[in-house]
Write a protein that binds this ligand. Structure first.
Ligand code: 5GP
Ligand code: ZN
Length: 137
């Protein structure tokens, strides 16, 4: 399988690995947006977050929790953004699910999750949206 992150997981492509357990590895992003920007991936190939089984997603996020705490402590960072791009339209470039941990620092000039997109949404529609989502199993 010609997958960049599978090759990083197997060690065929070198990376600065900072954490490993049974299910994941975490390594420093090659093009960091902040000091310590880290990517956490499952060792097995799964294309995207919505292709994951809930149990695998839980394991991934348990490890992300550990790595985030480790990073903040080691780098003396007071905060972090933690998230993922699920699908091409959302900005996912590498088609192997990965969670970004972006340590944040005082006055670093960055924004919150809300700065990712600011589409015009009709708030009158919110109630109908909620029932549509609830009724979709
Ligand atoms: P995406 O846009 O798919 O959510 O993020 C992919 C991330 O992987 C980007 O932040 C990018 O800088 C990082 N990346 C891409 N290729 C490599 C690589 O070969 N090594 C490392 N360490 N990071 C990579
Ligand atoms: Zn892969």
């Amino acid at each position: 399988m010609d997958c960049l992150f599978c090759k990083i997981a197997s060690g065929d492509i070198p990376s600065y690995k900072i954490y490993e357990d049974d299910f994941v590895i975490a390594f420093l992003d090659i093009n960091p947006v902040s000091r310590g920007h880290t990517v956490v991936i499952p060792k097995i190939h799964i294309g995207s977050f919505t292709e994951m089984k809930p149990d695998d997603a839980a394991r991934l996020f348990a490890s992300v929790n550990r790595v985030t705490k480790k990073l903040l402590k080691a780098l003396d960072a007071p905060a972090a953004n933690v998230g993922l791009n699920n699908g091409k339209i959302a900005g996912q470039i590498v088609p192997h699910v990965h969670v970004h941990i972006i340590p944040r620092y005082e006055n670093d000039g960055g924004g919150s999750m809300h700065s990712i997109v600011s589409a015009e949404v009709d708030t009158d529609e919110i109630e109908e949206l909620a029932s549509r989502i609830i009724n979709k199993s």
